[in-house]
Design a protein around this ligand. Structure first.
Ligand SMILES: *[C@@H]1O[C@H](CO)[C@@H](O)[C@H](O)[C@H]1NC(C)=O
Ligand SMILES: *[C@@H]1O[C@H](CO)[C@@H](O)[C@H](O)[C@H]1NC(C)=O
Ligand SMILES: *[C@@H]1O[C@H](CO)[C@@H](O)[C@H](O)[C@H]1NC(C)=O
Ligand SMILES: *[C@@H]1O[C@H](CO)[C@@H](O)[C@H](O)[C@H]1NC(C)=O
Ligand SMILES: *[C@@H]1O[C@H](CO)[C@@H](O)[C@H](O)[C@H]1NC(C)=O
Length: 314
């Protein structure tokens, strides 16, 4: 009897750990954390995870919404900081001008972020990408102009710059998420570090898909007009502006695709508001180059007028 009970006890001891209780010191691995997976596609994954810590998110949709909310609310604070800077810069023309520009930029970026938040509700993902990218550019422009007047005499400008830099980081995160959502879909587990045109990649045609190394020929085959240097090849126009002007006004139909073949185009291109759904495709970075080379030391030119390719009218 004693023997049997000892045997039973030892059996129990042997069986016990493998049946119900976990091994001490080795808890089951935590389930994959979507925020952590998502942050892998951003420029600074550590900071990204830090920014999402406060608001637990379960899936890609929530992560994008949260990132946009963070970016928008930070944008509002940056606007009020810049407003204070503007009010404190009485009598200093360069600081006044730059903070005024910055206020304009931040107002524009706030507008673009709001548009994105609405567009994401409807899953208009291409619009989300374009507008978040615009917001990011405005914010970065604000930061880089403030840098011109930053100095050791006051912390006010530097503090605003530091804040705007954080804002740029948040918006960059949101843009990375939106792009990953577009390319890899709504499962953060399938998201991979993003390949962009800067790395020589083109996105697989509409509907996402892995980026490709070559420009998809089907895209070029669909172009409405082409632009090339006179000595290069047969094409419709010699300047990008002529091709833009040829696009129909207030088109509600399909895209107007302009293929700009490799070459150096020394021009400033303006896409008027009446030109809708215009797509400009080049032969890739470093092959198709458009450069207006405008700068503020030229008469009648302000920073606002300097972009080589802009949607506005001079
Ligand atoms: C993401 O989570 C939200 C809230 O829990 C839910 O409403 C939504 O359907 C989820 N989306 C997907 C794609 O799983
Ligand atoms: C204006 O601000 C700039 C940048 O902060 C500074 O270098 C300059 O000395 C200021 N000028 C005057 C008149 O205070
Ligand atoms: C601005 O602040 C950063 C740290 O916040 C500091 O490293 C830098 O020296 C400051 N720059 C100026 C011009 O005060
Ligand atoms: C398109 O709009 C522009 C700007 O208003 C105008 O100059 C041009 O003539 C218009 N083109 C056509 C075909 O109506
Ligand atoms: C600005 O434009 C003028 C006139 O074209 C040129 O001489 C100058 O080098 C340009 N400045 C810069 C910084 O590009």
């Amino acid at each position: 009897m004693a023997f049997i009970s000892i045997l039973l006890t030892s059996l129990l001891i042997v069986i016990h750990p493998t049946s119900s209780a976990p091994w001490p010191n080795s808890p089951p691995p935590p389930p994959p954390n979507p925020a952590q997976q998502a942050c892998k596609v951003t420029k600074d994954p550590k900071k990204c995870e830090e920014s999402l810590k406060e608001s637990p998110t379960k899936n890609a949709t929530e992560i994008i919404q949260t990132a946009l909310d963070i970016s928008y609310s930070t944008n509002l604070i940056a606007q009020s900081m810049t407003q204070s800077l503007y009010e404190a810069s009485v009598g200093n023309l360069s600081v006044i001008t730059i903070t005024k520009n910055c206020l304009d930029y931040l107002e524009n970026s706030a507008y673009r972020l709001i548009s994105t938040i609405d567009a994401f509700e409807d899953r208009e993902i291409k619009n989300c990408r374009a507008w978040t990218s615009a917001a990011l550019t405005y914010q970065y422009d604000c930061w880089s102009e403030l840098q011109i007047v930053n100095n050791e005499d006051t912390d006010l400008i530097n503090d605003t710059m530091t804040f705007v830099d954080t804002l740029v980081g948040y918006t960059s995160n949101a843009l990375s998420f939106i792009m990953a959502f577009d390319v890899y879909g709504d499962q953060t587990a399938s998201w991979k570090p993003l390949k962009t045109e800067r790395d020589g990649f083109w996105e697989g045609g509409g509907g996402g898909g892995e980026p490709e190394l070559e420009i998809p020929l089907r895209l070029l085959a669909r172009s409405d007009v082409s632009v090339c240097k006179p000595d290069y090849d047969q094409c419709t126009y010699e300047t990008v502006q002529e091709a833009v002007n040829a696009a129909p006004n207030w088109s509600r139909g399909w895209r107007f695709v302009i293929y700009v073949m490799k070459g150096f185009y020394e021009e400033t291109v303006r896409v008027g508001i009446e030109k809708q759904h215009v797509v400009i495709i080049g032969d890739g970075m470093g092959r198709t180059i458009i450069a207006g080379s405008l700068n503020v030391s030229q008469p009648g030119v302000y920073t606002y007028n300097t972009p080589t390719l802009g949607e506005s009218s001079l």
